[in-house]
Design a protein around this ligand. Structure first.
Ligand SMILES: [Zn+2]
Length: 123
């Protein structure tokens, strides 16, 4: 007997309150790029926003391939960025807060990030 499961509602965390935001509508621009309109379910927040959904790589090739879709074939293992060594190769002392090496800026956590360039199908 097949186990029945509830259909999953597409949702992500609201960037402001971290509450659940659900997809209200979407618009397809290309076979590889879609924009989603979401609304935070927290009534006190009420944030409505647009997110993008891009197809970026193939994990298992299609059995009905579209020749106009060109995606890199990767596995989970080779798609991950290289990891830093977990040893003492770092030349900076780990216990000296005043001189811990070059400043690395944190990624912006607001809406000032540059817009995502949509992927365009070739062909
Ligand atoms: Zn919210």
């Amino acid at each position: 007997m097949q186990k029945l499961s509830k259909p999953r509602i597409p949702a992500i965390a609201c960037p402001h309150c971290q509450g659940r935001a659900i997809v209200r509508s979407s618009e397809t621009f290309t076979p590889l790029y879609r924009e989603l309109r979401l609304r935070c379910e927290d009534d006190e927040c009420g944030h409505a926003f647009v997110a993008s959904l891009s197809v970026i790589r193939t994990v298992t090739p299609s059995q009905k391939p579209n020749p106009s879709i060109q995606l890199p074939l990767t596995t989970a293992a080779n798609a991950l960025p290289p990891r830093a060594p977990a040893n003492d190769d770092m030349p900076y002392p780990a216990n000296d807060i005043g001189s811990c090496g070059p400043e690395v800026p944190l990624p912006a956590a607001n809406d000032t990030a540059p817009p995502v360039t949509p992927l365009v199908a070739e062909g």
